[in-house]
Ligand binder design. Sequence first.
Ligand SMILES: Cc1cc2nc3c(=O)[nH]c(=O)nc-3n(C[C@H](O)[C@H](O)[C@H](O)COP(=O)(O)O)c2cc1C
Length: 487
Amino acid sequence: MKVRISDDALAIACGADAVAKAFTDAGSDVERVSSWGMHWLEPLVEINGIGFGPVTPADVADILAGGADTLCIGPIAAHPFIARQQRLTFARAGKTRPLDLDDYYATGGWQGLAKAREIGPSASIEALITSGLRGRGGAGFPAGIKWRTVAGAQSPQKYIVCNADEGDSGTFADRMVMEGDPYVLIEGMAIAGHAVGASKGYVYIRSEYPHAIAKMEAAVKACAHLIAPFDVEIRVGAGAYVCGEETSLLNSLEGKRGEVRAKPPLPALEGLFGKPTVVNNVLTLATVPWVLANGAEAYAAYGMGRSRGTMPIQIAGNVKYGGLFETAFGITLGELVNDIGGGSGSGRQVRCVQVGGPLGAYHPPSQFDTPFDYEAFTGVDGLIGHGGLVVFDETVDMASQARFAMEFCAAESCGKCTPCRLGSTRGTETLDRVLAGENVDANLALIEDLCDTMKFGSLCALGGFTPYPVLSAITHFREDFVVRNKA
Ligand SMILES: Cc1cc2nc3c(=O)[nH]c(=O)nc-3n(C[C@H](O)[C@H](O)[C@H](O)COP(=O)(O)O)c2cc1C
């Protein structure tokens, strides 16, 4: 009998190591596996497919004696949170030991790379284009088109850069891939290298992810012979949100200040050290092996409109059942928040959800019928970004949230362009006046004008998208602003 407990950072933060030790001390054979992504149940313990959670060391004797009925959730795979998902990128979540190469082989590992080597670079790129896979880092640019550009560039040296900065609030899917299934990411990078003619890859991981860094370093060492002549190196970022923006990231990788570069030239043509470079998010690259192994059409069969395949959605904030929910595009925001997330964690009414990180819009319940789809979210002045949802209940003050968005931009701006650097600081000051009740209508009009300048004049989406949270708060929750009016 094996006792399976996750060694994911979230499980560990919830006490998984102490629970694992208690089982070991009781003579059980403990296996540390990846996380299923049901965060409210961590530390989750699995014995013969049956789940118990959240478990404390004090529950261990009871579980081993066949008791602990109140903690038992039945067969994990049949739990509605899991059974409703379509896990392609996260097919191994909860099922394998993250660094065990036998587990990886036994669950279809390296089949995508084998297929890419068999069909060759141009057919691999064609497959990616046919699959419809779009970048999961935020911009949603078709991955295959980017690869074709890099493949077509003439240069003896090209690079694959994996963006693992994962700076968006409420997101954790990249971390879960790196900690739970590191080989799938490395395999995706090796396929990218083979397809575009790059022999070197870098994974740029934020320093706040020590477990992911350790797992990735160990994984790169363990599988080096399987991906050769392709070679992967891990690089650690110093913790700036803007270093998730691809050109800042490249500067940071080169040892320079994390400042945005003007585009063009595109990184696909002049990227790392001036060479043609594929920059893709962790989820984008980790999905590539599935596409190659199972076929582009099989992947494209999921989804809606131009949003093909599945999206690992991260449900967080004030929510009852937070966690990783991978599903085909098309599910509505309301289904995600209420049916799957179970509403707010506080039990109060849900007032809004911020989708897509700190640059995403705040959506009121009247927009909960919006399907998870790039174009549908653009249609409601929002974005799906990296797929993070942060839920707020009715106690939230949306005027403070708008100010927070502006202040975040001021704090994180790289300073290179004026609309972002100065606009966000003047915007924060103006919102302070609104919060103090000074000439609210006139100051809100000024904010709307400023947002226009930031949107169209900023060099990158940090300044360019800050208007989304600010304007959505003003548009949908104006009552939180005007109530302060002293004029
Ligand atoms: C301010 C800012 C922060 C960003 N942060 C991230 C990030 O943390 N991770 C990420 O993958 N992409 C991030 N992006 C998007 C990247 O610039 C880029 O679009 C992405 O890495 C490309 O990979 P993809 O096509 O696979 O999504 C950010 C963009 C901006 C403007």
